[in-house]
Design a protein around this ligand. Structure first.
Ligand SMILES: [Fe+2]
Ligand SMILES: [Fe+2]
Length: 387
């Protein structure tokens, strides 16, 4: 057992705790003799402790509101200035979506890069452009953009002012599966960069392998030709029974083909509230305009109120009861919500069936929460501005 002796000797020199050294030496002894690691804990205990630790870590990392004042903006190697709201690179591990703010200085072009996850962009200040593969999209505040997985993209700003946008990506979700890959192309022209990962478009036959090739090819073709941009000029608000007026910004209903990422905007009347509800998955809510508070709780009468202002991010934990209030008596509040709807949330609904993960109060309670909708006076819709 030479490994064991060497380890005990090393332990002497580097002053390891002798008990730890004995444990390691005994494990090494076991490995060198049998190639089997022995543990006194049963499979049940190991699994139970691991699950408990996972949930504890998750709870400790969870944030209900991330305030704009706490976001640190840093210059990055891409030539942008970025700050993480929530995400591993900002010290907050997340499981589904990450959120970050980005600024492009005047007369700046970023490096080009691509990744195996997709992202949605909410333009919040100034104007700029993004190139996604061959397509250049000029944007202004209020516009929404989808950056598909594996698309080469870079940002630019030809205006005289700083351009600012928020990004929400599916990287954490893809990372969980071990498929998160990022490739930076520096300043290489697009024509010299490799194309999308290839796939076999079709094959004859009706066996299960041939069917799989055709099914996945059709799926890829659809994902690679989805919509990329919604201009603020094209959005249309509609009154919702939840007491707000709402509009889709980026959704499969508008022709987008994302990993399930979807964005919608809702506006709460002066001094009014959205009615309470809960659903599967998290809701990520970026405050575009206004100030207010959100009730979030495990039960309708057991929760906390969280204050928010313009530029803050509210994260409603999965299956929590929640209600958003506009605290301004004269101005409306505009909030953009992000879900991973068509994929993750729908999968959660299916996996938890017959549990109903979308719940709302009965109509008579809901109308008390929203008040008389006909008395809300909505202002003319104007593009957001920053700051
Ligand atoms: Fe990107
Ligand atoms: Fe919600």
């Amino acid at each position: 057992m030479p490994f064991k002796c060497v380890f005990m000797l090393l332990a002497e020199f580097v002053s390891f705790d002798s008990e730890i050294a004995t444990v390691f030496a005994s494990i090494l002894g076991d490995i060198s003799m049998t190639n089997i690691t022995r543990t006194s804990a049963s499979h049940y205990e190991v699994q139970k402790n691991r699950r408990q630790q996972f949930i504890e870590d998750w709870r400790n990392n969870h944030r209900s509101v991330v305030h704009l004042k706490d976001i640190e903006m840093h210059r990055t190697a891409r030539g942008l200035t970025c700050g993480v709201y929530l995400g591993k690179d900002g010290g907050n591990p997340v499981r589904t979506v990450d959120a970050a703010a980005h600024e492009i200085d005047p007369d700046t072009v970023s490096t080009i890069h691509r990744h195996s996850w997709d992202a949605v962009i909410l333009c919040i200040g100034g104007s700029g452009w993004i190139e996604i593969d061959q397509a250049r999209i000029d944007w202004a505040a209020g516009d929404s953009i989808h950056v598909p997985a594996w698309s080469w993209h870079r940002h630019g700003n030809e205006s005289g002012n700083i351009a600012r946008f928020m990004s929400f990506s599916s990287e954490p979700f893809v990372d969980i599966l071990g498929f998160a890959i990022l490739e930076d192309g520096g300043n290489t022209p697009l024509s010299q960069l490799p194309g999308y990962p290839g796939y076999t478009p079709t094959t004859p036959g009706n066996d299960i392998y041939a069917r799989r090739i055709r099914r996945l090819a059709a799926d890829q073709a659809e994902h690679r030709h989805g919509r990329l941009h919604t201009s603020w000029n094209d959005i249309e608000f509609r009154q919702s029974p939840r007491g707000t007026r709402t509009t889709f910004l980026l959704d499969s209903a508008l022709g987008y083909r994302t990993s399930g990422l979807t964005m919608a905007m809702f506006e709460i009347g002066p001094g009014r509230a959205q009615s309470m509800h809960r659903h599967s998955g998290e809701a990520w809510l970026y405050v575009v305009e206004g100030h207010g508070h959100s009730f979030i709780g495990a039960e309708v009468d057991q929760g906390e109120n969280y204050q928010w202002n313009k530029g803050d991010l509210i994260v409603v934990d999965h299956y929590s009861w929640h209600q958003h209030f506009n605290d301004d008596p004269t101005m409306t509040a505009k909030v953009v919500r992000v879900h991973i709807l068509d994929t993750l949330l729908n999968t959660m609904n299916a996996l938890c069936y017959p549990m109903n993960l979308l719940e709302e109060p009965p109509d008579h309670i809901r109308s008390k929460q929203t008040g008389d909708l006909s008395t809300i006076s909505w202002p003319e819709v104007q593009r957001p501005s920053w700051p």
